[in-house]
Design a protein around this ligand. Structure first.
Ligand SMILES: [Zn+2]
Length: 125
């Protein structure tokens, strides 16, 4: 039993020593890594400064084109007989359920461009 404990202790110390050696090796290889990468939040000023579309604005989309498109949030197919919406800025399509989910979880902003503006979709044949 004492041998197993000793072996465990040796292995643990070896791992700690190896990490320290690797850590100093990495620091020594690149002493000045420069400024760290910081991802920027998406600019929302661009879409926010745009004029909202008029309330009567509607996008006309053919049924065949709609069959090739997907809901931008869920990734599911778009039902041409259901109420659909399109982002006024980036043309992403949404079902009513996705628009509700965006309103609850994303401040009603488009998942792709952050725009607040959506227009209804009129399906034409
Ligand atoms: Zn958009």
């Amino acid at each position: 039993m004492a041998r197993i404990l000793l072996l465990f202790l040796v292995v643990a110390l070896g791992i700690i020593a190896a990490r320290r050696i690797l850590g100093t090796f990495r620091e020594g290889a690149n002493p000045d890594p420069g400024p760290a990468y910081r991802p920027h939040a998406r600019s929302r000023g661009r879409s926010g400064s745009r004029q909202p579309p008029p309330p009567s604005a509607q996008a006309q989309v053919s049924r065949s084109m709609l069959s090739a498109l997907r809901d931008a949030l869920s990734g599911g197919p778009l039902d041409p007989d259901a109420e659909l919406f399109r982002c006024a800025d980036c043309q992403s399509f949404y079902s009513v359920a996705s628009v509700r989910a965006l309103a609850l979880d994303n401040g009603a902003r488009c998942i792709n461009c952050g725009s607040m503006h959506r227009i209804g979709v009129e399906v034409v044949d």
